[in-house]
Design a protein. Structure first.
Length: 61
């Protein structure tokens, strides 16, 4: 049985330039949302927004 909780991740991608991929997903229902950023600060801001929204917590920069 799939876990009944959200997953939130941030990945740094390197192609021609740095891109940051921030994803939240609920595997049990196949729901996900992904956003891409060229700024690490903006990516961390989005990650913290989702962490606060879903888990009432945040990471330090």
């Amino acid at each position: 049985m799939a876990e009944q909780t959200w997953e939130v991740t941030i990945l740094e991608l390197r192609n021609d330039h740095k891109t940051f991929k921030v994803t939240k997903r609920f595997p049990a229902y196949g729901i996900s949302e992904t956003k891409f950023f060229t700024s690490e600060t903006s990516a961390k801001r989005q990650l913290n927004h989702w962490l606060e929204e879903l888990f009432h917590t945040r990471i330090e920069h």
